[in-house]
Design a binder for this molecule. Structure first.
Ligand SMILES: *Cc1c(COP(=O)(O)O)cnc(C)c1O
Length: 388
């Protein structure tokens, strides 16, 4: 294990997670419940330790995006209510009930199937109704043309005997964008949401948990807190808005300088010979590659952060290794730790250079990279996701 750890690892700073949690709660006010979005292994941070920490901190709800993710949390002893945001095949209703999972219901047909299966299993499935107010993904469509039909369908779903309707929610498409057009669209989505809530209430249907705020809305529209908010990316202290609330990155992806080599001018580095030394060069070989989640599109674009500052990645990133230029960093030598992403070397910037978003880069940190959990300045847990 020690040798694995000296290769490439991800430090998960649970104090930063606690700081972010508190800052987000302060932003949304004391009334709104906190739903921690821990889908996709908590955006690559490790769902179990993230969920345990959020539970300890006082979060009220968690969300995942498939039944197995919920099962993993239950096996680890996580007791909080868990919302399954995504589609579950109705034949897995028994697994939802067994694992006490709240299911999103995205259409009348899905609601009917879940109700039938829940009754057959001798239970009642707790559900949150998903409204499509303009994301155009899952949900009952709430645009003007389909509003009345959706209202009628929602009323029928609420009367199904196998379901307990606990919540209703929607998801924003551009709540993290500042342009006038995006702001108008987000306000339109919210108007559709509240219009449907109003009509359901008029119909005598009281739904206790109404929620819509993702990270973007948490930052830009705290007035949309309703009964609960659902921040994902900013909980992890990343994304282009995290700095606006003084949040701290939770993950630091680290590796070491494995070997240092001297190259004469004209030497080319790595597959495809895309980097050529223009001067006598010192090049470090690092044990991290695209199989660890360092996207190959970052070849010749990104850098790692050393004790002396940035070292540019030179040549193509390989499956298990990459090379960095240490010529201007003479004090950096074999065995030294470097930061691939983290507080000094922002994954947001790497994502922009890779033509993607920070979400994709932290989700991509692969299962062979051990997660090391730190709290109060010391390591409290480690997790290696390889089959054992
Ligand atoms: C992923 C997801 C979130 C969290 O989104 P962020 O942009 O990470 O805050 C919230 N709600 C739903 C329905 C989601 O799928």
């Amino acid at each position: 294990m020690e040798s694995t750890l000296r290769r490439t690892w991800a430090e998960i700073d649970l104090d930063a997670l606690a700081h972010n949690y508190r800052a987000l709660r302060a932003q949304m006010g004391p009334e709104a419940r906190f739903l921690g979005v821990v889908k996709a292994d908590a955006y690559g941070h490790g769902a179990i330790e993230t969920a345990r920490t959020l539970e300890e901190l006082g979060a009220e709800y968690l969300a995942i995006s498939n039944v197995d993710e919920a099962r993993e949390l239950r096996l680890a002893g996580v007791g909080l209510p868990i919302l399954q945001l995504g589609m579950t095949p109705a034949d897995q209703t028994a697994a939802l009930l067994e694992n006490r999972v709240t299911q999103a219901v995205w259409s009348e047909a899905a609601g009917e199937a879940f109700s039938r299966e829940a009754e057959r299993a001798g239970g009642r499935l707790r559900v949150h109704l998903k409204l499509d107010t303009g994301m155009s993904r899952l949900g009952f469509q709430c645009d003007e043309a389909r509003f009345e039909d959706s209202l009628a369908a929602l009323r029928r779903v609420c009367a199904l005997p196998g379901l307990e309707v606990e919540g209703v929610f929607t998801h924003f498409a551009v709540s993290d964008e500042d342009s006038e057009e995006s702001r108008a669209y987000t306000l339109l989505q919210h108007r559709r949401f509240t219009a449907m809530l109003g009509r359901l209430e008029e119909a005598g249907i009281a739904i206790p948990l109404r929620h819509c705020a993702n990270s973007g809305a948490t930052v830009g529209y705290p007035q949309f807190a309703h009964d609960m908010f659902r921040p994902g990316i900013i909980t992890y202290g990343i994304g282009h808005q995290a700095h606006l609330l003084g949040l701290r990155p939770v993950m630091t992806l680290k590796t070491v300088v494995g070997a240092v080599k001297a190259f004469d001018p004209g030497v080319t580095v790595s597959y495809g010979r895309t980097f050529r030394a223009e001067r006598p060069s010192r090049v470090g070989v690092l044990p991290i590659g695209y199989a660890d989640g360092l996207h190959r599109t970052l070849s010749n674009r990104w850098r790692v952060w050393t004790a002396q500052g940035p070292a540019p990645i030179t040549g193509r990133i390989c499956m298990d290794m990459c090379m960095v230029d240490l010529t201007d960093l003479p004090a950096v030598g074999e065995g030294d730790e470097v930061e691939v992403y983290g507080p000094r070397n922002s994954v947001n910037e790497a994502a922009a250079l890779a033509g993607t978003i920070s979400y994709e880069l932290t989700c991509a940190v692969s299962k062979r990279v051990p997660r090391i959990y730190r709290k109060g300045g010391r390591e409290i847990a480690r997790e290696l996701l390889l089959r054992g």
